[in-house]
Ligand binder design. Structure first.
Ligand code: GLY
Length: 377
């Protein structure tokens, strides 16, 4: 980004350098740091980061967040703002977000708002946060609409970090389910490889999936690097998602997300007969299948794309169907509340099967329902 450039550091053994890298990325010297840590990150890793900040002479305060969509709220954001103020955090002092996408979004939004903006250093610790959420400056929280449930990311701000530090060593402590969930965003980028300037990404991702799942460090560094580069290319062209539907722009990165957002905060869902709530990445994997089926129904993609996408999602060990979805009417209602909706009608990003996607405003109901039918167990 021309006015707000920043470096995304990707490698191993970086957590004990967060203080040094973070201080090097600040435009003004800092006295304090505020570490917002995901309780899913091992305490040893959290301490490494805190110690690295202290070693740089920063008085470091800490807050922990146990992540869930229900915790990613205005109330938690307010708690963090209050604790920042109580710690005497000042304008040039950085907030360090150490964790998955939920913690990154919350901490980033606290950084965007506190004293009208303090530096954020994003240290993603999940694959999903490394390849997507930590880069590009989207921050925010969900909004609880009484009776209608949580509306995903309805309140937030664009706030680019001062640096992103992705230490792939930390992925070895990530539960396998969370690791697989991260692949959904990689598949999303791969499906629009042409649009993101990496046409070979789909084939490379499929070829290297098994090695990635066994945490081969070289493959993981390349996986994260290629995905970050893909996303950065789009964000640089359309940072605030202002491109027209015909241009596509950053909105293309929402592929699969309108379906995903409509289901991921629902209660009463089951996977393979076991009641459970969906992880964001699991919902995105399902959303990619549904978007492909919708695109086929509209004649925008060749027949067979949804089945191909389903195979890729299955290869990543992600669910390809879900039980307990509500009626189509209820789901359509939720989609029209999505923050990307215009005039009460959903706007869908639909893959075209040739490495690209199209933004379709107000798609016919029958095609949208074909998407839902493709993932109902
Ligand atoms: N995760 C989609 C975006 O950052 O635009």
């Amino acid at each position: 980004l021309r006015e707000r450039p920043y470096t995304v550091h990707i490698g191993t053994q970086l957590l004990d350098k967060v203080g040094e890298i973070g201080c090097g990325a600040l435009s003004q010297p800092a006295k304090r740091a505020f570490l917002i840590a995901d309780t899913g990150v091992p305490a040893s890793a959290r301490n490494l980061v805190a110690d690295s900040l202290t070693e740089q002479g920063l008085a470091t305060s800490r807050a922990n967040v146990t992540p869930s969509e229900g915790v990613k709220t205005v109330a938690t954001w307010q708690r963090l703002l209050t604790e920042l103020a109580q710690s005497r955090h000042e304008r040039s002092d950085p907030i360090i977000a150490l964790g998955g996408g939920i913690v990154g979004d919350l901490a980033g939004f606290a950084a965007a708002a506190y004293r009208r903006g303090v530096p954020a250093i994003q240290c993603p610790t999940t694959l999903l946060a490394m390849v997507d959420a930590s880069v590009g400056g989207k921050t925010g929280v969900n909004l609880d609409l009484a009776g209608e449930g949580l509306q995903k990311n309805m309140v937030g701000a664009f706030w680019q970090p001062a640096a992103v530090i992705a230490d792939i060593s930390v992925l070895s402590s990530l539960p396998a389910r969370e690791l697989r969930a991260g692949f959904a965003e990689c598949l999303k980028h791969a499906l629009i490889g042409q649009a993101v300037g990496d046409p070979g990404l789909l084939e490379w991702t499929r070829t290297n999936l098994a090695k990635s799942l066994t945490l081969n460090p070289q493959v993981l560094v390349e996986l994260v690097g290629r995905n970050v580069k893909a996303k950065a290319g789009i964000v640089c062209q359309d940072e605030r998602e202002e491109a027209t539907d015909a241009e596509g722009g950053r909105a293309l990165l929402n592929l699969g997300h309108t379906y995903a957002h409509a289901m991921e905060t629902l209660e009463g869902l089951s996977l393979l007969g076991s009641p459970c709530s969906l992880l964001h990445g699991e919902a995105v994997g399902l959303g990619l299948i549904a978007a492909a089926a919708c695109s086929e129904a509209l004649g925008l993609a060749p027949a067979g794309l949804a089945s191909d996408v389903k195979s890729m999602v299955a290869e990543a060990g992600l669910p390809t169907a879900v039980q307990g979805l509500p009626t189509n009417d209820a789901l359509l209602g939720r989609m029209s509340h999505d923050k990307k909706a215009r005039g009460g009608s959903p706007r869908l990003v639909l893959p075209t099967g040739d490495g690209d996607a199209r933004v379709v405003a107000d798609p016919p109901t029958s095609a949208v329902v074909a998407g839902w039918s493709s993932i109902r167990a």
